[in-house]
Ligand binder design. Structure first.
Ligand SMILES: Cc1cc2nc3c(=O)[nH]c(=O)nc-3n(C[C@H](O)[C@H](O)[C@H](O)COP(=O)(O)O)c2cc1C
Length: 393
């Protein structure tokens, strides 16, 4: 099947199905027909000069419903907008004539050496965007040694991802009502070799994702969520007259900590008080995130919450941030405001849609180049040299 025909097929797909709820017991929507591989030529990729270009290209090749699934946020999408705008509002202070010999973007996070402080955030159902899904993402991440956080809602099992990954892989967990299943899953991913566990805590349920509701898509035959197989008690999909939040409590974090042997991070903390409780419950790291603005609309941008959480954590654990990062200067700003590292979500999914593994690698390359330039222009030869002095006051 040609790429064009394949895209047409997908576009014709969608009948509502899949209910998602944020505990991850469910399943996002997938296209009805498994797409054919048709990587974008490296020549075309080279024309995509920044992450917005990559999104614009991905939009032309993705079925409309899949694009909406990736791009949309909750409700009126104010938080979605703020996640970008708040980066725009932060101005940078340049520094000239600094010694930039050996400029280096490498860093260390939780004992893990990283070539850049940029990780791939967990995003579910990547076979929506490319036929190779998470396998292509893992290969693309490996090109630049970037750590990929595999979503519990992936379409490819952890063992298969590990088989193609050349860079470290972390796993993101939604704790299920079936706690025995969650425990077995943690043990399974640890046995597979993941280097850290990110427990998503911000989505006992989703926000009203009206854009997604208007353009639903459907799981194709043969594509599924391998990590959800065997869950005994599923949370039913939310409907207009019924929602059921997941019942995840702080004591569950202590329980997870008791048998998790790798570093455990809490993903989706915006409130400094929660960060403090999280550390007391045994978390080794905090990810400041509003879930890419897909849950609680009108909460602040994650970059606004970051300094408060950094202050509360007070150096006891690394603090990461995601949401709205599209430029190397955004990465620099997040690090200057106290983040140890950042994650990107939608941008690499658009890279995946545009060119499979090469597209993911292209996104990482662009962001790394831009970070490198931003460091040079603000007089920071190393990641540790980045601090608040680069922020214009
Ligand atoms: C299509 C899509 C699927 C996502 N799936 C998950 C998921 O399964 N688990 C999770 O913790 N976060 C998930 N997220 C949130 C991301 O991990 C991340 O917090 C967010 O995308 C960061 O914002 P950005 O897209 O602006 O970079 C998803 C986001 C998107 C766009």
């Amino acid at each position: 099947m040609t790429r064009k025909k394949f895209i047409t097929t997908l576009g014709a797909g969608g009948v509502a199905l899949g209910a998602l709820n944020a505990t991850g017991e469910t399943k996002r929507i997938l296209p009805e027909t498994k797409p054919a591989a048709a990587p974008l030529s490296p020549l075309v990729l080279a024309d995509l000069l920044n992450l917005d270009d990559v999104e614009a290209y991905a939009r032309t090749v993705l079925p409309a419903a899949v694009y909406e699934f990736v791009a949309s946020g909750a409700a009126d999408e104010l938080t979605l907008r703020w996640n970008r705008e708040k980066y725009h509002e932060i101005r940078l202070q340049q520094s000239v004539l600094r010694d930039l010999a050996g400029l280096d973007c490498a860093t260390t996070l939780l004992g893990q050496k990283m070539p850049t402080p940029i990780l791939l955030a967990p995003t579910a159902s990547q076979m929506l965007s490319h036929p190779e899904g998470e396998l292509a993402t893992a290969r693309g991440a490996g090109v630049f040694g970037a750590t990929m956080v595999l979503s519990a809602g992936s379409n490819v099992a952890i063992e298969e991802v590990m088989a193609v990954a050349s860079a470290p892989v972390w796993f993101q967990l939604y704790v299920s009502k079936d706690r025995a299943h969650s425990k077995a899953l943690v043990e399974r991913v640890q046995a597979a070799g993941v280097k850290a566990l990110c427990v998503t805590v911000d989505s006992p349920l989703d926000g009203p994702r009206n854009r997604q509701m208007r353009t639903p898509v459907k799981l194709p035959p043969g594509v599924h969520h391998p990590h959800y197989v065997g869950i005994r008690e599923r949370i039913p999909a939310p409907t207009l007259d019924r929602v059921e939040p997941a019942n995840l409590l702080w004591r569950d974090i202590e329980w997870l900590r008791s048998f998790t042997r790798v570093p455990l991070l809490l993903k989706g903390v915006m409130n400094p008080a929660d960060a403090i409780i999280g550390l007391q419950a045994g978390a080794d790291g905090i990810i400041v995130s509003n879930h890419g603005a897909r849950c609680l609309d009108t909460q602040p941008a994650s970059i606004e919450a970051l300094p408060r959480v950094v202050d509360a954590v007070a150096g006891r654990a690394p603090v990461l941030v995601d949401g709205g990062i599209r430029r190397g200067t955004d990465v620099l700003k997040a690090l200057a405001l106290g983040a140890t590292a950042v994650l990107i979500g939608r941008p690499y999914v658009y890279g995946l849609a545009s060119g499979g593994a090469e597209g993911v690698a292209h996104v990482l390359k662009l962001l790394r180049q831009e970070l490198w330039m931003a460091m040079a222009l603000t007089g920071c030869p190393t990641i540790t040299a980045i601090d608040r002095k680069v922020i214009w006051k």
